[in-house]
Design a protein around this ligand. Structure first.
Ligand code: BG6
Length: 489
């Protein structure tokens, strides 16, 4: 029997992330039997709330994913009974000391392990870490803190944040979350590369023409303008989610699957990258658009956004890794809000077949005949490889088809939410999917100069209609590197 206990405190319990992601993920882990036998969950926030009110709030967002799963209601009741609330200021040692007292009562003298999930704005981050670590950390067990981005706004502020955090915590207590690393298909990247003979030999400049990392959302910043305007899409999506995928995609084979070995390889890739140049970036911002009688707002119509804001809601960028494997291969990123669809994908376009016997069958459009590997991270997860084949019948007509691993068709089990995997890893002390401070430094080093330039020169974004495919500048940028965005067909 396990003599230890895990106490999970969600700091910022009434916030959006806590309600939409953290509590539901904890429940899913409980439902699946993944949480330790002895665990307690505390919500911590400033507002006054009773345990019952917290449970009521949390219960609204809990689901068993697939309706009518066995014992779902029963499991929910059990789970909610293990959730409690403590009201306190984020910068108050006394309030965290009161929490400590309550946690101790629940722990009942067992070895206590404590996980704090900081789901609060960056300006109160350090105060909360200071108070939690001094007044409510575990005596004999472990204490870990999960922190959410933004990790600063640039190299300088990020380094200052890291320095401040390290006054109170060791690096191995800090779990910097990038929820894209918890997505099933992102985790599968390394399985695809390193456990299949057929991909790894092709994974270099010799066979790969370009790599595309594409993120799009079909809604704007509705309601989040206040946060977003201070960051913009480059800091919100590219510097973290897309860059993390790139690092996993492009890294050398790690010595082992150990967290440190993997992160060592990722950081090497990030440090081999050329700082992004202004001419390799296109920025855009959505403007209002009327379609089918409905008018969709412009970014600056959001009343939490300052009038005349130049913050990009779209960006495209060309990045390069100056090492032997990837010399000269463009890695193109594209990320935008209020576009025509919601999707995240990785596209790998292979080189032309040298001396292709069938060139004439493709007419003038040889680019279309190259193989392309698509990893659709979401929605409708899939991995498919575009190949050329003969159309059956007399004569010789060629066609493109997909060799397709379509997750919904292949597996009946639902794919867990990224937060489930990451929370479980944090409880188990698995650091593989969390960002180490040197990775963070390298990521900021890549983007900081161009962000300063964009903001210093007050570069005007290219305006694109809400619900469109984004600014045309993204096509020109790709065309400069002889690339066509794969998601446009
Ligand atoms: C967050 C960004 O990190 O990721 C949001 O701050 C974005 O702006 C979100 O909407 C997208 O996550 P997902 O998992 O819905 O693709």
């Amino acid at each position: 029997k396990d003599k230890s206990t895990v106490s999970i405190t969600v700091v910022g319990a009434s916030g959006d992330l806590a309600k939409k992601k953290i509590f539901p993920a904890l429940f899913a882990l409980y439902y699946e039997g993944c949480l330790p036998e002895h665990f307690t969950i505390f919500g911590y926030a400033r507002s006054k709330m009773t345990d019952a009110e917290l449970r009521n709030m949390v219960s609204k967002t809990l689901t068993c994913r697939i309706d009518k799963r066995e014992n779902c209601g029963e499991k929910m009741d059990e789970f909610l009974k293990r959730c409690f609330y403590h009201s306190g200021q984020y910068g108050s040692r006394e309030n965290f000391a009161e929490l400590d007292k309550k946690l101790k009562e629940h722990e009942g003298g067992r070895v206590s392990n404590r996980l704090f999930y900081l789901s609060i704005p960056p300006n109160i981050f350090i105060d909360a870490v200071k108070c939690a670590s001094s007044s409510a950390s575990s005596g004999i067990g472990w204490t870990r803190v999960i922190v959410e981005k933004p990790f600063g706004r640039d190299s300088g502020s990020s380094a200052a944040l890291t320095k401040a955090l390290k006054q109170y915590l060791d690096e191995d207590q800090i779990f910097r979350i990038d929820h894209y690393l918890g997505k099933e298909l992102v985790e599968n990247l390394s399985v695809l590369r390193f456990s299949n003979l057929i991909f790894e030999p092709l994974w270099s400049r010799q066979y790969i023409r370009n790599v595309q990392l594409i993120f799009s959302e079909d809604f704007g910043t509705e309601g989040r303008g206040g946060y977003f305007d201070n960051y913009g899409i480059i800091r919100d999506i590219m510097q973290n989610h897309l860059l993390q995928i790139l690092a996993l995609f492009a890294m050398e084979t790690p010595v082992s699957l150990d967290a440190e070995d993997i992160r060592n390889e990722k950081v090497k890739v990030l440090r081999s990258m050329r700082p992004l140049q202004l001419e390799d970036v296109v920025v855009g911002q959505y403007k209002s658009h009327t379609k089918g009688g409905v008018t969709y707002p412009a970014y600056t119509d959001d009343n939490t956004v300052p009038k005349g804001s130049l913050t990009p809601t779209f960006a495209a960028a060309a990045l390069f890794i100056d090492n032997a494997r990837w010399d000269g291969v463009p890695f193109l990123m594209k990320a935008g809000k209020a576009l025509h669809n919601k999707s995240a994908e990785i596209r790998v376009q292979f080189r032309h077949v040298p001396g292709n016997l069938y060139n004439r069958n493709f007419g003038t459009d040889l680019d279309r005949a190259t193989n392309e590997l698509v990893i659709r991270v979401q929605p409708d997860e899939a991995i498919y490889l575009k190949i050329n084949n003969k159309v059956p019948g007399l004569g010789m007509r060629l066609d493109r088809s997909n060799l397709n691993l379509h997750y919904a068709a292949r597996y009946s089990k639902e794919i867990p939410d990224a937060y489930e995997r990451l929370l479980l890893d944090a409880i188990e002390g698995e650091r593989r999917l969390f960002i180490r401070s040197d990775e963070l430094d390298a990521a900021w080093a890549l983007f900081t100069p161009v962000l300063k330039e964009l903001e210093g020169k007050k570069i005007i974004p290219e305006y694109y209609p809400y619900g469109s495919r984004g600014p045309v500048g993204a096509h020109y940028l790709a065309a400069r590197y002889k690339v066509r965005w794969g998601d446009l067909g």
